[in-house]
Design a protein around this ligand. Sequence first.
Ligand SMILES: Cc1cc2nc3c(=O)[nH]c(=O)nc-3n(C[C@H](O)[C@H](O)[C@H](O)COP(=O)(O)OP(=O)(O)OC[C@H]3O[C@@H](n4cnc5c(N)ncnc54)[C@H](O)[C@@H]3O)c2cc1C
Length: 392
Amino acid sequence: MRTQVAIIGAGPSGLLLGALLHKAGIANVIVEQRSAEYVLGRIRAGVLEQGTVGLLDQVGVSTRLHREGLVHGGVELCFGGARHRIDLHALTGGKTVTVYGQTEVTRDLMEARAATGLATIYEAEGASLHDFDGSHPQVRFNKDGVTQTLDCEFIAGCDGYHGVSRQSVPAGALQTFERIYPFGWLGVLSETPPVSHELIYSNHERGFALCSMRSMTRSRHYVQCALDDKVERWSDDTFWDELRRRLDPVAAEALVTGPSIEKSIAPLRSFVAEPLRFGRLFLAGDAAHIVPPTGAKGLNLAAADVGYLARALAEHYAEKSDAGIDHYSQRALRRIWRAERFSWWLTSLMHKFPETGAFGQRMQAAELDYLVHSTAAATAMAENYVGLPMEW
Ligand SMILES: Cc1cc2nc3c(=O)[nH]c(=O)nc-3n(C[C@H](O)[C@H](O)[C@H](O)COP(=O)(O)OP(=O)(O)OC[C@H]3O[C@@H](n4cnc5c(N)ncnc54)[C@H](O)[C@@H]3O)c2cc1C
């Protein structure tokens, strides 16, 4: 089997890269270790920056997104028993975010890919990457018990944090940076209407809470929990009671509860690997970096990475220029570190940290007070939340 670009992983970054490359006339094959149903079953991100929507527009897979997505012009910060709105739209000169689940983005990209007839090899086991330092890279994997070889010109490692691509880079060629937060998020998905029409981020003495949604009938709520907590310890009623306690009285009253459809605990981590290019291998998305979900940046960063990478590869093939490829790592990392900073900052501002004590809580209260009463501070938050521009 032969192609121009072998893409490892059919998550949002791999599928979007495949669509962008196809649009540029570049052949690509995706190698995914799981089944399509498994990939679609993962409940993850839900807030899309305008730049991400723009990339989906570019590849023609945004019809349903524009029909069903919820456009938000603000977010609410809840602390001291009251809510304060950050007017994203007014503070950023008209920018918004769109609430549309990662599952739906993935489904749209998968369906569009199937319609073009591009190859996606699902349930490809034991993928290994070869000769990406030379001029004839290869991906080998097992499919239905048969070892297959995919010859290619470039490999895009879009296989998430636990994938094989980053692990294939020789030790010593990679520098990593990491922060593990001393808590996790317990998330519950339910067929219930949202508490408010925009997201509510709550800083409470019992811990952080987030009220978000996937549609006007489906909600996704989170509460900060201990790192070693177990889902089994949380009945639906315990979860709803805890969430209600962490909201202001009006939001607590408006909270509609119902049976959970999905319940899971996710640890919070900041992680970056540098650089993102090793010869003919590129890393993109969660394979290269992780952000805590507080700033809703993970999926958006993945989209921006592949936006840079697709343009670099298009330049290579169409204009015979390697300038984009040579600058991919530096260009993407600049944006990645800015999003890492914002995600770390919002996480630090909104969560209860066991080690910072009463002083840390007073600092958070002072910063939140400043944030909602200073146009400069609110603008800084708003422009990061809607997404910093992609610089070329
Ligand atoms: C529980 C949870 C909640 C999240 N919530 C948010 C949120 O609210 N907002 C936000 O912006 N982001 C959120 N994120 C982050 C967001 O989901 C990710 O940033 C996004 O999925 C990254 O996309 P990706 O395609 O780079 O990686 P992934 O989605 O991880 O996709 C990687 C793909 O590669 C495949 N793969 C892995 N190893 C191999 C291999 N060896 N061979 C072949 N295929 C392989 C995997 O099966 C997977 O399909 C959340 C993440 C998690 C885990």
